[in-house]
Write a protein that binds this ligand. Structure first.
Ligand code: PGA
Length: 252
């Protein structure tokens, strides 16, 4: 059975001290509520990774970076490599988030390199895709997302592809309070699963975890997560408060 994943994306928020407190609070609440059958991931800033890994029960909570370098190592001032991320004890890396694509110019070419390095270093990429509002309004979202996938992770071998998770995050729903309707989210995730099936076969498609992201919260999560193709969520704002995040983790 494919994994259910609820991943927090803290973005550029919290100091190390605040992040460790938040991680401990999530850990405590998750342990108390007896969370089962859901992989809980905390996507922290690079600076926090090792401290958060040390602060949580890693049988209960996994830790993710929000990015990694497109080069393995060397003279790339300010970059953090996939090997460095892995050496902190983190198991996941969020790649291709729309904020990285939009504000930091990440292209499919860069993302191909990042995904390959993440996989080569034993990290699980949570690969993000999703369209802007203008594309949705023109009803071109399917073709847009298909291209995003074809230019990047559909180039992988079936073996490598089977190791990653996908997050569909419509840009118009991120941080806006506007969630995609359950029907819109389910429709896109079913479409993505169909594309995977055509490319890699039905068995692989059935095993791929596909998450929804964009203003997901404890209130709308139960309905979203009840859809057959939604295998969890990538959570921004609502992952910054332990109680709110727990409400999403326990939405299954
Ligand atoms: P949001 O962010 O939950 O605050 O909309 C989601 C994301 O960007 O991953």
């Amino acid at each position: 059975m494919r994994k259910k994943i609820v991943a927090g994306n803290w973005k550029c928020n919290t100091t190390i001290q605040e992040g460790v407190e938040l991680a401990k609070a999530v850990n405590e609440l998750a342990a108390k509520s007896g969370v089962k059958n859901v992989v809980v991931v905390l996507g922290t800033p690079f600076t926090h990774l090792a401290s958060v890994v040390a602060a949580v029960d890693t049988n209960l909570i996994d830790v993710a970076a929000q990015n990694c370098a497109a080069e393995a190592k060397g003279a790339y001032t300010g970059e953090v490599s996939a090997a460095m991320v892995k050496s902190t004890g983190a198991e996941y890396v969020i790649l291709g988030h729309s904020e990285r694509r939009e504000y930091y110019g990440e292209t499919s070419e860069t993302l191909n390199k990042k995904v390959a390095l993440a996989l080569a270093n034993g990290l699980t990429p949570i690969y993000c895709c999703g369209e802007a509002l203008s594309i949705r309004e023109a009803n071109e979202q399917n073709a847009y997302v298909k291209t995003q996938l074809e230019e990047t992770i559909f180039n992988l071998s079936v073996e490598d592809f089977s190791k990653l998770a996908i997050a569909y995050e419509p840009i118009w729903a991120i941080g806006t309070g506007v969630t995609a309707s359950t029907a819109q989210a389910q429709e896109m995730l079913a479409y993505i699963r169909g594309l995977i099936s055509n490319k890699f076969g039905k068995a692989v498609a059935e095993e791929t975890s596909i998450l929804y992201g964009g203003s997901c919260n404890a209130k709308n999560a139960p309905e979203l997560f009840a859809q057959p193709d939604i295998d969890g969520g990538l959570i921004g704002g609502a992952s910054l408060k332990a109680e709110d995040f727990l409400g999403i983790i326990t939405a299954y």
